[in-house]
Design a protein around this ligand. Structure first.
Ligand code: AP5
Length: 219
C-alpha cells in the first residue's frame, strides 16, 4: 500500500497517517518528524534544516529528496508506506515520480485533506505531541487522559516550536504559495481523493478507508 497525504499545516495529515499505518501495518513516513529527530540529535541534516523550520520555511529540495530516497529504500518500506509532508514542491513531486518509476511502485491513493482556515488555526494552537513516541493530541478535540502526559507511553507532551502564532502564519503562507499547487499537479490522477478534513477524526478515517476500497472503523 502506497499513499501520499497532501494538505495544509494542521489539516490532520499526521493524525490520519497514524490511523492508516496502525490499521494496515505500513510505516508512516513523516518528513517533519524525521527532520525534528535530526534537529534533536544535532545531525548534519538537522543543523542545516533547523533555521528553515524555525522560520516556517521549506527545507531545500535537495536535502529533502535525498532524505526520502534513502528512507523508502529501507527494509520496512518493502510492502508500502504513507508519505506525510512530502512532496511539498513540484520539484519534490517530480523527484518522487522518478523514485516510484525506478522501484516500480504504483500509488494507491493521494489524499488531499481540505480544512478551513479556522479549523487549521484552532488545531495548531491546541496541538500537543509526545516527545517520546510522537503521538498527537489536541487539548480540546483529542485530549490525553492525564493532562500533559501521553496515553501510549506516559511521557511528557509538548507544544511544537513552529506552532507559535507568528511561525504558523508563515507556514500557511508557504503552503499557499509553494505547496498548494500540488493539488493541480495530482488531481487528474485516478488515485487522487479529496478528504473533508473539517470532519471528526473517525469520520475522516472511514472516508479514507472507503477511498482505499476497504470498509473499516477506527481503532
Ligand atoms: P510537518 O511536521 O510536516 O508540518 P506540517 O505539514 O505543517 O503539518 P503538521 O504536522 O503541522 O500538521 P498535520 O496536518 O500533520 O496535522 P496533525 O495531524 O498534527 O513539517 C514541519 C516543517 O518541516 C515544515 O514547516 C518545513 O520546514 C519542514 N518540512 C517537512 N517536510 C518538508 C518537505 N517535504 N520539504 C521541505 N520542508 C519540509 O493535526 C493537527 C492538530 O489537530 C492535532 O492537535 C490533532 O490532534 C488535531 N486534529 C487532527 N485531525 C483532527 C480532526 N479530524 N478533528 C479534530 N482535531 C483534529
Amino acid at each position: 500500500m502506497h499513499i501520499i497525504l497532501l494538505g495544509a499545516p494542521g489539516a490532520g495529515k499526521g493524525t490520519l497517517a497514524k490511523m492508516i499505518a496502525g490499521k494496515f501495518g505500513v510505516p508512516h513516513l513523516s518528513t517533519g518528524d524525521i527532520l525534528r529527530d535530526n534537529v534533536n540529535k544535532k545531525t548534519y541534516v538537522g543543523n542545516q534544516a533547523k533555521e528553515y523550520m524555525d522560520n516556517g520555511k521549506l527545507v531545500p529540495d535537495d536535502i529533502m529528496i535525498q532524505m526520502v530516497k534513502g528512507r523508502v529504500l529501507e527494509e520496512d518500506c518493502k510492502t508500502g508506506f504513507i508519505l506525510d509532508g512530502f512532496p511539498r514542491t513540484i520539484r519534490q513531486a517530480e523527484a518522487l515520480k522518478l523514485i516510484f518509476d525506478e522501484l516500480d511502485i504504483t500509488i494507491d491513493a493521494i489524499f488531499n485533506l481540505e480544512a478551513s482556515q479556522e479549523t487549521i488555526i484552532e488545531r495548531l494552537s491546541g496541538r500537543r505531541t509526545c516527545k517520546n513516541c510522537g503521538a498527537i493530541y489536541h487539548i480540546k478535540n483529542i485530549p490525553s487522559e492525564v493532562e500533559g502526559k501521553c496515553d501510549k507511553c506516559g511521557n511528557m507532551l509538548y507544544q511544537r516550536d513552529d506552532d507559535k502564532k507568528d511561525v504558523v502564519k508563515k507556514r500557511l503562507m508557504v503552503y499557499k504559495t509553494q505547496t498548494k499547487k500540488l493539488i493541480s499537479y495530482y488531481e487528474k490522477q485516478d488515485s487522487f481523493c479529496e478528504i473533508d478534513a473539517n470532519k471528526k477524526v473517525d469520520e475522516m478515517f472511514v472516508e479514507a478507508c472507503k477511498d482505499l476500497g476497504k470498509a473499516c472503523k477506527s481503532g
